[in-house]
Design a protein around this ligand. Structure first.
Ligand code: MG
Length: 260
C-alpha cells in the first residue's frame, strides 16, 4: 500500500488484518471526488460507482458513505449506484436500503435561519447558500474575501438559535446543523448493526468534520486516512481524491488494506 504515514508512522508498522474483516466509511467531497467551486459542480470519475460496489461485495456489504450532503444528493451523483450512507453528518442514515431521518425538514427555527441567510447572501456576490432541508450551509469558495463576514454572521445566527444546533466548519464553508449530528455518531451507529458489527473500521476523509470520524475509528482500533493537506489525527495520508480512487481500485482488485 502506498499510503503516506502522517505525520511519521511507517506504514509497515500498521497492524495486519485479514483481507475481509474491514468496514469502509468514506467521505464524498474532497475524498472520492475533487472539490469544485460550487458544490453542485463536482464530477464523479467514470467507474467509481462500480469500484465501490466491488468493494462493498468484498467487505460483506460493510461500506457506507459518510457525508455532509443529503443522501438524495449522493444518490444523484452516483446514480445508478446506491450505497449505505450517513447524510448531513448523520442527521440522515440509510442502511440496507432503509432510510431514517432524525430531524424534520420543516424545522421552523431552521427555516427562519435560511431566510436570514438568504438576506445575507443576496447582496454579497460569490457567496452560496446551500439549503439542505435539515441543515444549511454558507460557502465562500468563490468569494474568499468574505470569509470573516460569513464567520461573524454564522456565529451570530447560532447564538440566536440556541443549544439544539451547532456550527460545523469545513473547507470554505460553515454549516449549521442539529447539535446531535456528527460523523462519529454515524460511524458508531453503523458499527452497532450488521453487516458492520465486529468489523475493523476504516474512515477516509479530507476535512475538519472528518476528524470526528477518524477519532471514532481509531478508538476502535481502526484505520484513519486523511486525504490532502492539513492537521489531522489520522495516522495515514493520501495526497488527493485521484490518488485515493487509485487506492480504492487496488483494494477492489484484492490488495490487502493493511500494509505489510
Ligand atoms: Mg469532504
Amino acid at each position: 500500500m502506498s499510503l503516506d504515514p502522517a505525520p511519521a508512522r511507517p506504514a509497515a508498522e500498521l497492524p495486519k488484518g485479514s483481507s475481509d474483516d474491514y468496514a469502509l466509511f468514506l467521505d464524498f467531497d474532497g475524498t472520492l471526488v475533487e472539490l469544485a467551486p460550487r458544490p453542485q459542480d463536482v464530477v464523479v470519475a467514470p467507474g467509481l460507482g462500480v469500484t465501490l460496489e466491488t468493494l462493498r461485495d468484498r467487505f460483506g456489504g460493510a461500506l457506507a458513505l459518510v457525508s455532509g450532503r443529503p443522501i438524495a444528493t449522493l444518490d444523484e451523483f452516483l446514480a445508478p449506484h446506491r450505497f449505505d450512507a450517513a447524510g448531513l453528518h448523520g442527521v440522515e442514515m440509510r442502511r440496507s436500503g432503509v432510510f431514517a431521518a432524525r430531524a424534520t425538514d420543516h424545522e421552523p427555527e431552521l427555516r427562519e435561519l435560511v431566510d436570514r441567510f438568504r438576506g445575507f447572501v443576496e447582496p454579497r456576490p460569490g457567496l452560496l447558500l446551500e439549503d439542505k432541508g435539515r441543515s444549511v450551509a454558507l460557502h465562500w469558495r468563490l468569494a474568499p474575501d468574505l470569509e470573516s463576514e460569513v464567520v461573524e454572521e454564522a456565529a451570530a445566527a447560532l447564538e440566536s438559535l440556541g443549544s439544539r444546533w451547532r456550527l460545523q466548519a469545513g473547507k470554505s464553508v460553515l454549516e449549521i446543523l442539529p447539535a446531535f449530528a456528527t460523523k462519529a455518531g454515524a460511524v458508531q451507529e453503523f458499527l452497532e448493526a450488521e453487516p458492520y458489527r465486529g468489523r475493523r473500521p476504516v474512515f477516509v476523509g479530507d476535512d475538519v468534520t472528518d476528524e470526528h470520524g477518524f477519532e471514532a475509528v481509531l478508538e476502535r482500533g481502526g484505520l484513519a486516512i486523511r486525504i490532502g493537506e492539513g492537521p489531522t489525527v489520522a495516522p495515514l495520508r493520501l495526497p488527493s481524491p485521484a490518488a485515493f480512487r487509485e487506492q480504492l481500485a487496488r483494494w477492489a482488485q484484492g490488495e490487502p488494506i493493511a500494509a505489510g
